[in-house]
Write a protein that binds this ligand. Structure first.
Ligand SMILES: [Zn+2]
Length: 469
């Protein structure tokens, strides 16, 4: 009797201890979950706010450049060539200062929403300021290495970049277009290659590099990595507006539908015929939308990832603002994984300025219809990341950049033995194993028909899963 009581007590105690431990674990786990959700919400708000702030400045800048196009016409009509020069120079500068102000505004928005300065992002922007000054601005035979949009542009642009870094970068611009990005395609510079290796996505090889699995022999097989392909654009690398200066005559501009209406709205006196008929023959520089970038969403492949139709007046890609924020999570319970990614939440927000021109009939017209920039932008909206101009790697995926810039040259020279610990290098090691490639080739030899079937349901959004959220 006593014995069995003791046993029962023992069991009760044991049970209580186990129950207590389960409760303790549950409490800690719930605390972690709540904490993760909190950090995720906070990052999402901060990332979206930063993207919207950037897009707002893009819209404002586009409107200013559009208004200056109209003032240019008015000045030219009265043969005020000095004013025309000032206006064109202001527009050229606005293509850089406007977006860079947007970058600064995005930092403020991220910080106000609780994001801290990211030391790695800050260092990257600071180093890029040096690249602009030393590489783009390097003097070769009296000319800068990259042609300047106006004299002294690279020094001024480097100073803007430096100022952003000095304030501390909390939101990275993930759709940056760097003037020294390597041009030309190389499989090793495609982040999708590493994803395909990691996920054993043999269909990716079937679709894009059908013979690679069989033909590859070892790291010396690869073509050399392409050198930096230096090419400048008429607008800033961060939050670029994708505009282009184009020579046109007064009569070509005055004949564009919407120019007179736009001038009236701004109370700009724009005569239909210039004071001197010879002015009609002179070409001067106006700011136009770059057609390759401001195309219709509905014509893009893949098309705009939204169900239903995009309103006609909103059906254009072009300038957008994509920002990445990172927040660290300190966990109560360690998962023991010790990976570099597990405890960081990354959120990428995307936003875009929108607007329309009033049509003759009182309706709304696509602002890019005539290609000439006119003031049209009235609002900013969040857009799906897959509809944005950010590449799947993201400009501020610094681990990826480091892999491309630092690790790949080591691999190309010395092979996989010398690779550092990095998630992309890990995939290279997998790729180097002959049995890995053989298993892919083997699977494809009988199953490649599966790759030609488009996945049903969620296929479109599934493509975006490797994006930062
Ligand atoms: Zn690497």
């Amino acid at each position: 009797m006593k014995n069995s009581d003791n046993t029962r007590n023992g069991q009760t105690i044991l049970f209580s201890v186990v129950a207590l431990m389960i409760i303790l674990f549950a409490v800690l786990w719930m605390a972690d979950v709540h904490h993760i959700i909190f950090v995720k919400d906070k990052s999402q708000n901060a990332g979206d706010a930063a993207a919207l702030a950037g897009a707002r400045w893009q819209g404002t800048t586009l409107n200013l450049i559009g208004e200056l196009n109209l003032m240019h016409a008015a000045a030219l009509a009265v043969a005020d060539f000095e004013a025309v020069d000032i206006i064109t120079n202001t527009q050229k500068r606005l293509c850089y200062t406007g977006p860079m102000t947007g970058v600064a505004a995005a930092q403020q928005a991220a910080k106000l929403n609780g994001m801290f300065v990211n030391d790695e992002y800050t260092q990257f922007v600071s180093e890029h300021a040096d690249v602009i000054r030393n590489n783009y601005g390097a003097m070769i035979g009296g000319e800068t290495a990259l042609p300047e949009p106006w004299p002294g542009a690279w020094v001024e642009y480097a100073a803007m970049m430096r100022a952003i870094a000095d304030d501390g970068v909390a939101a990275g611009i993930d759709n940056a277009f760097f003037f020294d990005d390597p041009g030309g395609a190389h499989v090793l510079l495609q982040i999708e290659f590493y994803d395909a290796v990691a996920g054993r996505d043999w269909c990716w090889f079937f679709r894009y590099h059908p013979h690679l699995l069989e033909e590859y022999t070892g790291y010396t097989w690869w073509n050399a990595l392409p050198p930096p392909n230096m090419r400048a654009s008429s607008s800033s690398e961060f939050l670029g507006l994708w505009l282009t200066p184009q020579p046109r005559t007064f009569s070509a501009i005055a004949g564009i539908d919407g120019v007179q209406r736009g001038a009236e709205r701004l109370s700009i006196d724009l005569p239909e015929i210039p004071v001197d008929p010879e002015i009609n023959e002179i070409e001067s520089v106006w700011f136009y939308y770059m057609s390759g970038h401001w195309g219709r969403w509905s014509d893009m492949a893949p098309p705009f990832p939204v169900d239903g139709e995009v309103k006609r007046e909103y059906d254009y890609a072009g300038a957008d603002s994509v920002t990445r924020v990172e927040a660290e999570i300190s966990r109560f319970m360690s998962d023991g994984g010790g990976t570099d990614a597990g405890d960081i939440i990354v959120w990428t927000g995307a936003a875009k300025p929108f607007g329309y021109l009033d049509s003759d009939g009182g309706g709304a017209e696509n602002p890019t219809r005539s290609h000439l920039v006119l003031p049209a932008f009235r609002e900013v909206r969040l857009i799906p990341i897959d509809a944005s101009s950010a590449s799947s790697a993201g400009s501020f995926n610094l681990r990826w950049r480091r892999h491309c810039i630092e690790h790949l040259p080591i691999y190309m020279n010395q092979g996989p033995g010398a690779l550092p610990a990095c998630r992309y290098c890990r995939q290279l090691l997998t790729w180097e194993r002959p049995e890995f490639r053989a298993s892919g080739a083997g699977w494809l030899s009988t199953n490649s028909w599966q790759c030609t079937i488009t996945p049903s349901g969620g296929g479109g959004s599934g493509g975006g899963t490797r994006r930062a959220h």
